[in-house]
Design a protein around this ligand. Structure first.
Ligand SMILES: Nc1ncnc2c1ncn2[C@@H]1O[C@H](COP(=O)(O)OP(=O)(O)O)[C@@H](O)[C@H]1O
Ligand SMILES: [Mg+2]
Length: 220
């Protein structure tokens, strides 16, 4: 199964440590569009992104992918089709960039996994798309923050997801690479991938539609 995924969130409430982190959030991220979550630091963007990725269950409300309710428990059904690039990257520092990307492809269910002989070239293609072909065999520890950020994006892309969520994907990049990554995310959306970003980057935001603004955990 594959194809564009429309993401809907309805009545999302998230409470942690006695505080309301997300307050009755309703939104639709249309299939094959680049959707932005914006708002000040601490407004709940990362929390909402992880709920939309079904990495944590809301206390109330529901997330649906193409009309099907999704929960952390049912997330396995979507392995490979739904990927998130975290703000903190989550890369394995003693492996190379290419090895990190290959691992993501290896983790796919058999029907979606590239054949073993294709794993490396799939990883190199994904690294090339983020401008890192020449860094493929460098250890993560030897890469800059911006390069690590792009490896994390390549790792999320290599599985050919139908839904890609990215937390501040351009935060550590210089102007040229911000432009490259923003363009890449827009190209993915145009190719039918539903892309949702949490971002502070005004230029990336300009390319997004729709844009949802959070303040104190609620949409404004
Ligand atoms: N697990 C948690 N426990 C307690 N507070 C949390 C937790 N996760 C997030 N928060 C709080 O929720 C608010 C929103 O955080 P976050 O979603 O990271 O915002 P943003 O990404 O917009 O900066 C912050 O005040 C943060 O401290
Ligand atoms: Mg955040």
């Amino acid at each position: 199964m594959s194809g564009p995924i429309e993401v809907t969130a309805s009545g999302i409430e998230l409470r942690r440590g006695g505080r309301t982190i997300l307050d009755r959030v309703d939104l639709t991220a249309p299939a094959g569009q680049l959707t932005a979550l914006v708002g000040p630091s601490g407004s709940g963007k990362t929390s909402l992104l992880t709920v939309l990725a079904a990495l944590q269950a809301p206390d109330r409300g529901e997330v649906r992918y193409g009309g099907t309710p999704v929960t952390p428990h049912r997330r396995r059904d979507w392995t490979g089709r739904v990927q998130i690039a975290h703000q903190s990257f989550g890369l394995l520092s003693l492996l190379t960039a290419a090895e990190n990307v290959e691992l993501a492809a290896q983790g796919l269910p058999a029907r979606r996994r590239p054949p073993r002989r294709r794993l490396r070239s799939a990883a190199l293609d994904a690294l090339d798309a983020v401008g890192l072909a020449s860094r493929a065999d460098h250890l993560i520890d030897d890469l800059s923050g911006g390069e690590q950020q792009r490896v994390a994006l390549a790792r999320a892309m290599v599985t050919g997801p139908d839904l890609l969520l990215a937390d501040e994907p351009t935060a550590q990049l210089d102007a040229g690479n911000r432009e490259r990554v923003s363009g890449l995310l827009l190209d993915l959306a145009r190719a039918g991938v539903t892309v949702i970003v949490a971002t502070h980057d005004g230029e990336l935001r300009e390319r997004c539609l729709p844009v949802f603004t959070l303040r104190d955990g609620a949409l404004r």
